[in-house]
Design a protein around this ligand. Structure first.
Ligand code: GLA
Length: 730
């Protein structure tokens, strides 16, 4: 049993393989957080919860003689505003009389086999034998507002998920202006927060900051999870590293606005919260109505970031990514974008496809520019029918020809958007998010369709189905190329406009759900100008996401390094592009570009017609290597062997097969030096006493030699040389 309840002491204990979570209903009925950390068997830990009389930290009315009992200092499971807890909180409600207070008290609970699901929202999936659920019902006596806290426990994965529903059990309207999904209170203040910041074409760059007195927040108010911050954060010991220290992660299963915040309080305790960003959010609950807050995935490691990432990578592969692709090799693709952008004809595409087929590429992806009047980014979005001037045989003719060459066909769409210069906009100008009487902010000349509206979703469902049926696509790239602004939905009354952003995301999820259910064997790749919506929400429908529009191998090392903390390699779209690189102008050797792209879902994005004979031979070998190694890379354990932000000399990473019989170690020299020092790299994750060969060579090494003594990196000439070791058990 991973969830235990002791009725006498009213203590709930949750155990996973290596962690314990405990909470307690206090003598006044509040649900207090007691402990989250390394596993502790069978023990009431409520001695940890202490209170002394402190000035300016009041007590609830019923505890007036118990001056040490203050909601302002006690650790809580789900803190609310307005009733004496002044720290960052989770729930803020405005009642019909204008009052803004909630005090939640325990009512009841239930424990059952299996994992709860959230209607309309993605969440971790698990069978009845893999997970257990705890639901705790809390109530605000004065107003009837009810909260059900959900805890999903995946014992083997060392994961606890949290979500909640808020129900208006009273008689009058309630406005919810802040509903975060999760809070963890820690004793002690000495903690760091790891967050993943960035910008378009440079996403998920690790930032480590000490949690200060006051609040440290990251988040997005862009309507998407964003390039600028990621809804994945870690709180850890100040000395935590890859292999040591306590660390706690929160991953939001949500693709819209988010807030992650840590606060060190007046008495050196730390609070960590995550949920929908409250800016611009306001949800109306009429009597009897319910609001469901999206899920947060929590994981804990007592042995550093490596184990934490490993837990999460396994969780994604087993319980989040669509299962049709679990254990299946993703096809090697060629994407047309960087080679030809909007400038192509049917002949251009067919000649590229022919060269691709000759190289052993398995999937030809036609990116932007194939539909409506789309000759540049100013027009055509919304008109999801082929441009017959460019493609006279239509989608079916083109895709048939490509299948005749022995490849599958894939296609790009950007369903959530519309250009003003499009047939769709001319027919339905009110279908986009914009404020009447105000000129909207434009990005890439496009506006956002209001996916909160049913008729918009119906229309898109029909259009995309038609594209799929006509092209018999085996792959779809679903793009989304701007942030939301000027948010106003024509289908909501003025008083409910604070719901529009969340309703938009619910609409996106409904459309993704319907389409991925209708076409379950199609490989869907998420994209938002690269990695602007790289999160567990999208990954619940689409097993991979185009990681970044930046395809420069050296910059990608940094992007993929940060991404690896929270996401597995099999979710990372990664392509070999031309040199000099389109975004940076940097020249890198072809083997280096391939080794970096191999650390993800492998493909090419360059004009394959321009390659030399030698380059073609190299690409054929790279594809053979990918077919040989994909199971280690996409299904194995990942190890960060260096931190490229700290080590300017080289970057190194490793994949180890689950049975530890095989590993791939990659090293890229970042900076060539005269009279160079020697570098050595220590492998990880091998069997200590097993015997291994490297690249099929004669020499035999024990696992402990490779892990503790290490592998000497050869001296190379020139920047950005790549070295790959394939380690196999003898
Ligand atoms: C976005 C994507 C690119 C490409 C272009 C097409 O920027 O991230 O990969 O598809 O759109 O317009």
């Amino acid at each position: 049993m991973s969830i235990l309840y002791e009725p006498q002491d009213r203590v709930f204990t949750i155990h996973t393989k290596r962690s314990t979570w405990q909470m307690k209903v206090s003598r006044y009925g509040h649900l207090l957080h007691v402990y989250y950390g390394s596993k502790i068997e069978h023990m009431d830990l409520s001695f940890l919860v202490r209170g002394i009389n402190r000035g300016f930290s009041g007590t609830p009315y019923d505890a007036c003689d118990d001056r040490g009992y203050s909601l302002d200092t006690l650790p809580q499971e789900y803190p609310c505003s307005g009733t004496g807890d002044y720290r960052t909180g989770c729930l803020h409600a405005i009642h019909a009389d204008g009052s803004q207070a909630v005090e939640l008290l325990y009512v009841s609970h239930r424990i059952y086999a299996g994992k709860y699901r959230l209607p309309g929202l993605p969440s971790v999936r698990a069978s009845d034998t893999e997970a257990q659920t705890l639901e705790i019902l809390l109530k605000d006596r004065a107003t009837g507002l009810e909260v059900i806290l959900y805890y999903g426990v995946l014992e083997e994965n060392d994961v606890i998920t949290r979500a909640l529903s808020v129900r208006n059990g009273g008689q009058t309207r309630i406005l919810l202006s802040r509903v975060l999904s999760c809070c963890v209170d820690f004793p002690g203040r000495d903690m760091d927060m790891l967050s993943f910041h960035g910008r378009h074409a440079m996403e998920r760059i690790l930032q480590r900051s000490r949690v200060p007195y006051g609040r440290l927040s990251v988040g997005s108010v862009r309507g998407t999870s964003s390039h600028q911050e990621n809804p994945f954060v870690i709180l850890c010991d100040r000395d935590a590293g890859e292999e040591q220290g306590r660390c706690y992660s929160m991953s939001f299963v949500y693709s819209g606005n988010f807030l992650a915040e840590a606060e060190a309080d007046q008495i050196d305790q730390t609070r960590f919260v995550m949920g929908i960003h409250p800016d611009g959010f306001c949800w109306t609950l009429e009597a009897g109505e319910e609001f469901i807050a999206p899920e947060v995935i929590l994981s804990y490691s007592g042995a550093g970031f490596g184990l934490l990432s490993g837990n999460l990578h396994d969780l994604y592969r087993q319980h989040i990514l669509p299962q049709a692709f679990q254990g299946r090799r993703r096809p090697v693709l060629l994407n047309s974008w960087e080679a030809v952008e909007f400038d192509f004809t049917e002949e251009t595409l067919l000649s590229m496809a022919e060269s691709a087929a000759n190289l052993g590429i398995e999937l030809f992806v036609l990116d932007d520019g194939w539909f409506g009047s789309r000759d540049c980014d100013k027009s055509g979005l919304g008109d999801w029918f082929p441009n017959l001037k460019k493609l006279p045989s239509g989608l079916s003719g083109l895709s048939d020809r490509i299948r005749d060459m022995g490849m599958e066909f894939g296609i790009w769409i950007e369903p959530e958007m519309v250009n003003e210069d499009s047939e769709l906009f001319r027919a339905h100008p009110d279908w986009c998010l914009r404020i009447p009487g105000r000129k909207p902010n434009l990005e890439r000349c496009q506006l956002v369709l209001d996916l909160g509206r049913k008729e918009v979703r119906e229309h898109l469902f029909d259009c995309i189905s038609r594209v799929m049926d006509e092209s018999k696509a085996a792959y779809i790239k679903w793009d989304m190329n701007r942030s939301l602004s000027d948010i106003w939905s024509a289908c909501l009354p003025g008083s409910r406009q604070g719901e529009a952003s969340h309703r938009y995301i619910l609409g996106v999820y409904e459309l993704m759900e319907r389409l991925t259910q209708k076409y379950p064997h199609v490989l869907w790749e998420g994209c938002s100008g690269g990695g602007g919506r790289f999160d567990a929400g999208i990954l619940s429908y689409m097993p991979q996401i185009w990681c970044s529009d930046n395809t420069d191998a050296v910059e990608r090392i940094h992007i993929q390094y940060g991404t690896s903390f929270g996401y597995p390699a099999c979710a990372v779209g990664s392509h070999v592009s031309a040199s000099p690189n389109q975004q940076t102008g940097r020249e890198t050797p072809l083997p280096t570009r391939a080794d970096v792209a191999l650390a993800g879902c492998f493909g090419y994005e360059l004009d394959v017609r321009m390659l030399s004979g030698e380059e073609k031979a190299q690409i054929r070998r790279q594809i053979e290597d990918y077919c040989k190694l994909w199971h280690v890379i996409q299904q194995g354990d990942y190890y960060r062997l260096s931190n490229p932000q700290e080590n300017a000399d080289f970057a190194a990473w490793e994949f180890v097969a689950k049975d530890q019989k095989e590993a791939v170690v990659n090293v890229v020299i970042l900076h060539a030096k005269a009279n160079p020092p020697f570098f050595c790299i220590r492998a990880r994750g091998l069997k200590e006493d097993a015997r291994y060969r490297i690249d099929g060579g004669e020499a035999v090494y024990t696992g402990n030699a490779l892990m503790h003594a290490g592998i000497p990196i050869p001296v190379t000439q020139g920047d950005y040389q790549s070295i790959r070791y394939h380690i196999q058990q003898v």
